[in-house]
Write a protein that binds this ligand. Sequence first.
Ligand code: NAP
Length: 287
Amino acid sequence: MPLPQILDGKTLAKTLEERNRLRVESLVAGAGASVPILATILVGGDPASATYVKMKRNACRRVGMDSRRIELPEDTTTAQLLDVVDGLNADPDVHGILLQHPVPAQIDERACFDRIALRKDVDGVTTQGFGRMAMGEHAHGSATPAGIMKLLDHYKVQIEGRHAVVVGRSPILGKPMAFMLLNKNATVTICHSRTRDLPELIRQADIVVGAVGRPRFIQGDWIKEGAVLVDAGYNPGPVGDIDLEAAAARSSAYTPVPGGVGPMTIATLISQTVDAAERYAGGSDEI
Ligand code: NAP
């Protein structure tokens, strides 16, 4: 077996970032356009979420965009968070809204995600955006799976006609991932905690996506020789959801952890915010 190809998200994200920086530069130079602004909402004190938001705000700065930081206390109610989202929807200076997942348990996260105006849903979390994407209509994609699709496209990984097995069905990762692969003509199997014979299903996969949230859960001997491995997991270590030490050697290509999917998520969020700002500057109310 030849050595597997590394699907290097860190390097591709840097390339996208430079492209976004140039796009922002020319946008701001245009008559009447303002610096694009991403509003970030962090509810509660979860340190991992705080780190993710900080990384996203730093990424805004690197491309010449501004971000507006909104931090709300742990005991925020659904009604209070909906009010904040309404305010940002109505603010013409804000081009994109990121509500960091997860929010504290007392909040109806789905209701708050769905309150985000479609054209400002640059993280791709709304039901309407998901539905449009699933139907093949234009929408901002959910940032992590959309970033994975960019990475697969960049490395010219063949998707059409191949069997993709997505392990995980969360609204922001597994489900949109499955539809994005389906829309590129993969044959898709979606697995979850009630799936029977998971190793057998994964052994049939040409493309495996790990989106489980359990460190090194997908074992090396479950992997078919030559499969492409996409590890979306990010667990302390950091390690992914696939036991890459054992699995990578059997694969034809794999995303490393760190340096694979993570940087692509942020680069995609920024790209989609610039998309939104460009459309706004062009006078379009479309998404
Ligand atoms: P999640 O909401 O907890 O969903 C986990 C999914 O895995 C669920 O669908 C669950 O099934 C399934 N699952 C759990 N145990 C399983 C088992 N034993 N067998 C098969 N499926 C099982 O997690 P998430 O938000 O999708 O995140 C998944 C991973 O991706 C995490 O490691 C997270 O840190 C990472 N992530 C990374 C990024 C990034 O930018 N790099 C972004 C988002 C998430 P049920 O539906 O049946 O419960």
